[in-house]
Write a protein that binds this ligand. Structure first.
Ligand code: PMP
Length: 349
């Protein structure tokens, strides 16, 4: 599949901005109007007075190693949210093109589509929160440029069947974006290696969840080089700042720590789900392969407001399709989970 045919012509023909750091990164740097005297603060020997590497060479290479792919398969964004927006920018002609968004799912796909003026087409998940591939394909046409899937899905917590994703990718000319933000909490194999060699498959990952680095804003796409090249062309030249880069490089050295967090969260997830299931106000706790649980209550809104009054903040998802009376609860520390359970035990409906 020739992905270039699917890219907006103005983006394909775009002459990208060439920053000073495109040409030289070392020497006597008098080319970028930086402060040659230094910066007013110091951070871990990061040259804060210099613009960061626009190609993010080392970081992309280390992230590529994580997934067994090449650096040219990696695109870094200011969170995966930036990658979502840029994908819509490069593929969707405003007021003409469309994106498919499954429902219920993460809200930013729709917001990013709305910002770009791309038509959001909704494909309702099945009762088991799986893809309805037949219905999904039936609403796509030549103007449907992207299909967003989230696996494990936020807020339902389940993994989408690999067979469905692969089948969908083979059956469509749209680019399938599989958001694996929560994949570290699941045992299911990543599609990252497939994405590296499939032009119409893009996998999104983030350091915001399992790595515990939501504050540094780093997400990435694993994709075919033809897609990565276009993303590199449209991104702001210095989107990944030097502090984020340094911290991310340090974090990647601590994969074992990340795995220990994941193991602890997964253990707590099971305990919390089992305890919630015993509460009379809880109707159902859905199986989860993420770091949160979706639970159906007898009266979600009352529980939500009651918990908030007790200082415990969860997410009310009950207005989303298929999610009547459902709250999404992030798995906390053992102390937080106990406090939540104790509060729920004292709820009088
Ligand atoms: N994808 C999903 C499914 C998410 O739930 C979130 C954040 N809640 C994101 C992407 C955004 O992550 P980031 O912090 O990398 O922008």
């Amino acid at each position: 599949m020739n992905i270039e045919e699917r890219i907006r012509p103005n983006i394909l023909n775009l002459k990208p901005y060439r920053s000073a750091r495109h040409d030289f990164a070392s020497g006597m740097l008098l080319d970028a109007n930086e402060n040659s005297y230094g910066s007013v603060i110091e951070f871990d020997e990061v040259p804060l007075h210099r613009y960061p590497d626009p190609f993010q060479t080392t970081l992309r290479s280390n992230i590529a190693d994580l997934h067994g792919v090449k650096p040219e398969n990696i695109f870094l964004g200011v969170g995966s949210d930036e990658v979502i927006s840029l994908l819509i920018t490069i593929f969707c002609e405003p007021r003409t093109d469309a994106v498919v968004i499954t429902a219920p799912t993460y809200g930013m796909y729709r917001v990013a589509a709305d910002i770009q003026g791309a038509r959001p087409l909704t494909s309702l998940l099945t009762r088991e929160f799986q893809l309805n591939t037949q219905q999904l394909l039936s609403i796509t046409d030549t103007h449907t440029k992207l299909i967003f899937c989230c696996s494990p899905n936020n807020p339902t917590g389940n993994v989408l069947r690999r067979y469905d994703i692969i089948g969908l990718c083979a059956a469509t000319r749209s680019v399938l974006v599989v958001d694996e933000a929560y994949a570290n909490f699941s045992n299911v194999e990543s599609l990252a290696d497939q994405a590296a060699c499939t032009p119409n498959l893009v996998v999104l990952r983030t350091l915001s969840k399992a790595w515990g680095l939501a504050g540094i804003r780093l997400g990435y796409a694993v994709a075919h080089p033809s897609v990565v090249n276009v993303l590199m062309k449209v991104k702001p030249p210095y989107n990944i700042n030097a502090v984020t880069s340094r911290l991310a490089l340090q974090a990647l050295e601590r994969k074992g720590e990340m795995q220990r967090f994941v193991d602890a969260i997964v253990t707590e997830r099971t305990k919390l789900a089992d305890t919630l299931r015993l509460l009379p106000i809880v109707e159902r706790v859905f199986p989860s392969e993420a770091n949160f649980l979706l639970a159906r209550f007898k009266n979600a809104s009352a529980v939500y407001h009651y918990l908030a009054r007790r200082g415990i903040i969860v997410r009310d998802r009950s207005t989303e399709p298929l999610l009547e009376n459902c709250l999404r609860i992030t798995v906390g520390t053992p102390a937080e989970n106990n406090a939540l359970i104790n509060a729920l035990k004292e709820f009088v409906g």
